[in-house]
Design a protein around this ligand. Structure first.
Ligand SMILES: Cc1cc2nc3c(=O)[nH]c(=O)nc-3n(C[C@H](O)[C@H](O)[C@H](O)COP(=O)(O)O)c2cc1C
Length: 198
């Protein structure tokens, strides 16, 4: 299923096509595509080129690792993410290598790398769904994440599926229109809350 952004201005088609479905067709992802996704993520910009991102990955053909990672998601995400082809947990390093000081952009840079990965996936005809609903403490324990590193999000990547395979509540969300705030609510000029006029 496709659910293109109803953009008011002519943005790039890759951003029109990207969306976050929960219906996936459970098929294995070729290794070459995993490599392309990780490469796209690797070339994201980051503050001081720290590249604070780290990824824990599990492909569905590796059943034990996939099941282990699925259990690191909150139950509400496990319901649908089990049909993904690739699960990723993002982990960021909270300090800079060059001076040991806190990196205030560590989470921002996870967002950038995730954005590159999901847009590359879209270009490959894959579907992606990012998740805040992860079990950070469990991830630390299961994977031995060291001090100073923070689990941030999960990303499910897979083949677009049939919304009819979803439970009723999720199917309803899958079919609901996509919405966005107007510029007037978040683009300000001369003072907070004063629309810039775009
Ligand atoms: C950082 C982040 C965390 C999210 N967490 C979840 C989540 O835990 N579970 C879920 O079902 N969707 C999650 N989403 C998906 C959002 O709900 C979705 O991106 C948003 O509704 C906009 O829809 P779109 O991606 O289709 O444009 C998350 C998205 C992002 C970017």
């Amino acid at each position: 299923m496709e659910k293109p952004a109803l953009a008011d201005h002519p943005i790039h088609e890759i951003m029109v096509r990207r969306w976050s479905p929960r219906a996936f067709a459970p098929r294995p992802l070729p290794r070459e595509q995993v490599l392309i996704l990780l490469e796209a993520a690797r070339w994201a910009a980051s503050s001081f080129n720290q590249q604070p991102w780290h990824f824990l990955v599990a492909t569905r053909d590796d059943e034990a690792r996939f099941a282990q990672m699925l259990e690191c998601l909150v139950p509400g995400n496990q319901v649908w993410a089990r049909d993904a082809s690739l699960l990723i947990l993002t982990v960021t390093k909270g300090t800079f290598d060059h001076n040991g000081k806190p990196n205030s952009c560590a989470v921002h840079d996870i967002g950038l790398t995730a954005c590159q990965l999901v847009l590359q996936a879209t270009a490959l005809g894959l579907a992606t769904h990012q998740m805040a609903g992860i079990e950070a403490d469990k991830i630390r324990e299961v994977y031995g994440v060291p001090e100073g590193f923070e689990p941030v999000t999960g990303i499910a990547v897979g083949y677009p599926g049939d919304p009819d395979t979803l439970p009723d509540d999720l199917r309803e969300m899958e079919l609901a229109p996509r919405t966005r705030r107007p510029f007037a609510e978040f683009v300000f000029a001369d003072g907070w809350g004063n629309p810039a006029g775009y």
